[in-house]
Design a protein around this ligand. Structure first.
Ligand code: ADP
Ligand code: ZN
Length: 692
């Protein structure tokens, strides 16, 4: 630590040069304000933007980030910085610009943005020393473990054409965006790898973003088999490992960084390419402050770095796809699977018809059951998908209609049969299943609906001689359970793999010839303008698990809304058809990608306070909009679909406009109203993905 006490002698000239300077400091608080501090003479020589400093703040001390030095005179006397905490800056000029943009675009404090860019483990000195002391093998230098590298594959013609366009863009060393739109198994990853190679040849570096690290171990292995000097960053890494990888990157010992959304902030220099695999995935959006979308941050960072952004997906987000229609991004299409494998045929089962025929609701249709029997008889494997864990999502009284809800959340409790508990999926409150109705005391408790546990029971009863593995966050709580289950499936010891979105993407098992989607409706019924898009994406992704071997493949989709366009187009593997229809709907309503959206959520333990606050903010917004005559629409306020989570009552409102400008300026105008108060919190979410 450098303090005024261990003063280092400066030449008079150096002192003179810096005398007029004072420091611009930001703190990890939800305020965009920059605070000015005087720099004691002993610290002047050392302080740089990007370093952390200790400062007096109110009647306490606080740690802040220095984001700049300025000579602009201050109208009032400034307090002195107490000490500097870093020997070298933790961020460079580009990251300072990027964090300032984050703060203004996402309406968070600049300090909050700095804290996202420099993760806690890097800021924590104790862990830093621990890692240095232990000298973990991974900590030192990743180029110690040189692999014998594998050769790149020879491209198919389609891949080669796509690659040529990417290569051409890369040679310009200018910012740009390409959307690689390729069906599942069309060889996108091979293109990413060879594009990275080109960038390294230019003496530049690459970031490779993946939606979830646990699902992409295959991808990481492929990258490591082609390149040395690969660093991996994700939040599941133990602190000291994360720290070691981060410093490896900072010290220029890595050429490629693979990681989840926060890796978009990694301290890699001289970046030529940012790959975003499965760019449509929601996991790229962060749900706490700063509420950024890694794709949008990558686009911004790339403009500062003169880098190319390569977005890849089989089912691109409508935002990205729309940019290709308008010509902002280039779209490259891979329409064939490698090895001329066909996409599986998809059959949609009308569950209403099924119910009429069989007189009552069966979770597994006759067609699915029959097809499963056929596949198993041929020693083929099956994947079953249901996006709902637990045994039954509703516990209600058959006499009075009472529904058992979480006391903290006002959300129905889910029955988990294996653990014999009722569980709230939002706050994780558990309680024993009720023996009688808590309301009318009748012993007529009924478990309604179904989750993966119930499907497991049903399948086990129908196919007692075959092994089933269930993969959801309940069954995967044990360490390594994920890898073990997939290995058992790969070896054929398990014939039926049943799971939630954990099994929706990335899995590549050639012996899987049948995929069953138990209910395509779970997503469709969400009060969310992206519900159709998510349904389309999910069916396409899950269907993509079938037919990856010579045995061909088929998919059976069960639905109570088989006529819905998202299901019909997914069954026909028709992305363009879906996009055209969905874009028309979005255009009419002014939703993204046509309009921009912001959501303000209000939370309080007091129901009346949260309602009053939401109403007064909405009124002010409406008054300002009328006065300014800008084209802004205020929707709401209304109770959020989840009216209470974790004892907090919730209201929300939406701001909708053709561009960000009007949204940003009106939020700035009401900044004071949104300041955190004791009774009500207000949360601004730009480009929201959570509508509940
Ligand atoms: P995607 O990322 O589009 O789902 P992958 O890159 O995983 O597709 O490719 C699917 C499979 O085809 C992988 O097993 C991959 O190794 C293989 N593959 C990709 N490109 C080629 C090629 N040019 N020649 C031979 N095999 C290839
Ligand atoms: Zn709860």
């Amino acid at each position: 630590m450098i303090t005024p006490d261990n003063h280092v002698a400066l030449t008079n000239q150096q002192l003179e040069e810096r005398e007029e300077l004072h420091a611009e400091i930001v703190l990890n608080i939800p305020l965009s304000k920059v605070f000015h501090y005087a720099i004691p003479s002993g610290l002047r020589k050392h302080l740089r933007a990007g370093m952390r400093v200790k400062i007096p703040f109110g009647n306490k001390t606080a740690t802040g980030f220095c984001v700049g030095l300025t000579t602009t005179p201050s109208p009032y006397p400034l307090k002195d910085i107490i000490s500097i905490l870093d020997k070298t800056p933790l961020t460079n000029e580009i990251m300072l610009r990027l964090t300032r943009w984050l703060s203004s675009h996402y309406h968070c404090g600049w300090g909050e943005a700095m804290h996202a860019v420099v993760p806690p483990v890097i800021r924590c000195r104790a862990k830093l020393q621990l890692a240095e002391k232990n000298k973990l093998p991974d900590c030192k230098n990743i180029s110690d473990n040189q692999n014998t590298l594998q050769q790149h594959l020879t491209f198919t013609r389609e891949q080669q054409n796509a690659f040529n366009s990417i290569h051409e863009k890369l040679s310009r060393k200018e910012p740009g965006v390409i959307l690689l739109h390729g069906i599942t198994g069309s060889g996108k990853t091979e293109i990413y790898l060879q594009a990275i190679d080109k960038v390294l040849e230019q003496g530049r570096k690459a970031i490779f973003l993946v939606p979830e690290i646990s699902l992409t171990s295959q991808t990481i292995q492929r990258i490591r088999s082609r390149f040395n000097r690969v660093a991996v960053l994700h939040s599941n890494l133990l602190g000291s490992f994360y720290h070691a990888q981060w410093h490896t990157i900072r010290e220029d010992k890595a050429d490629i960084v693979v990681g989840t959304r926060s890796s978009v902030f990694c301290p890699l220099k001289n970046i030529g390419l940012i790959v975003i695999d499965e760019e449509h995935e929601n996991t790229y959006k962060q749900e706490n402050s700063p509420r950024y979308h890694a794709r949008d941050v990558a686009l911004k960072r790339a403009t500062y770095e003169n880098a190319l952004v390569l977005l890849g997906s089989a089912t691109p987000s409508l935002e990205s796809y729309y940019h290709t229609l308008s010509g902002d991004y280039e779209r490259l299409v891979l329409s064939r699977r490698i090895g001329e494998l066909r996409l599986p045929s998809v059959e949609v089962i009308d569950m209403r018809e099924e119910m009429r025929k069989r007189k009552r609701h069966h979770i597994i249709s006759q067609k699915l059951e029959y097809s499963m029997g056929q596949a198993l008889a041929k020693n083929e494997q099956i994947i079953l998908f249901l996006n709902r864990r637990g045994f039954a999502p509703y516990i209600h009284c058959k006499r009075c209609g009472f529904v058992l809800k979480c006391r903290r959340c006002d959300i129905p409790m889910t029955f988990h049969k294996k653990r014999n508990i009722t569980l709230c999926h939002y706050c994780h409150t558990e309680s024993p299943p009720p023996q009688a109705c808590p309301d009318c005391l009748a012993s007529r408790i009924n478990y309604h609906g179904f989750g993966t546990e119930k499907i497991e029971d049903e399948i086990a009863a129908r196919f007692p001689n075959h092994r089933i593995a269930r993969m959801d966050s309940d069954s995967m709580r044990i360490r390594d359970a994920h890898e073990k289950t997939l290995k058992a499936f790969e070896r054929g010891e398990v014939q039926i793999l049943l799971g939630t979105q954990m099994i929706a993407k990335g899995l590549d098992f050639p012996n899987v010839t049948l995929v069953g989607i138990i209910s395509a409706d779970t997503m469709l019924n969400f009060p969310d303008f992206r519900a159709s898009e998510r349904t389309f994406q999910l069916i396409s992704q899950v269907a993509g698990r079938a037919g990856r071997g010579s045995g061909g493949g088929r998919v059976i989709v069960q639905s109570f809304h088989p006529e819905h366009y998202s299901i019909r187009y997914a069954a026909a593997h028709d992305y363009e058809g879906f996009a055209e229809k969905e874009l028309e709907f979005r255009r009419q309503l002014g939703y993204p990608p046509f309009g921009k959206l912001a959501r303000i959520v209000f939370r309080s333990t007091k129901e009346d306070r949260v309602r009053d606050k939401a109403s007064s903010v909405a009124n002010t917004l409406k008054e300002l909009t009328n006065a300014n005559g800008n084209n802004l629409v205020i929707l709401g306020p209304s109770p959020a679909p989840f009216t209470k989570i974790n004892t907090m009552f919730r209201w929300h409102l939406f701001l909708q406009s053709q561009n960000y400008g009007a949204i940003h300026s009106i939020i700035k105008d009401i900044e004071d109203m949104l300041k955190p108060s004791k009774s009500v919190q207000a949360i601004v979410d730009i480009d929201p993905y959570m509508m509940l």
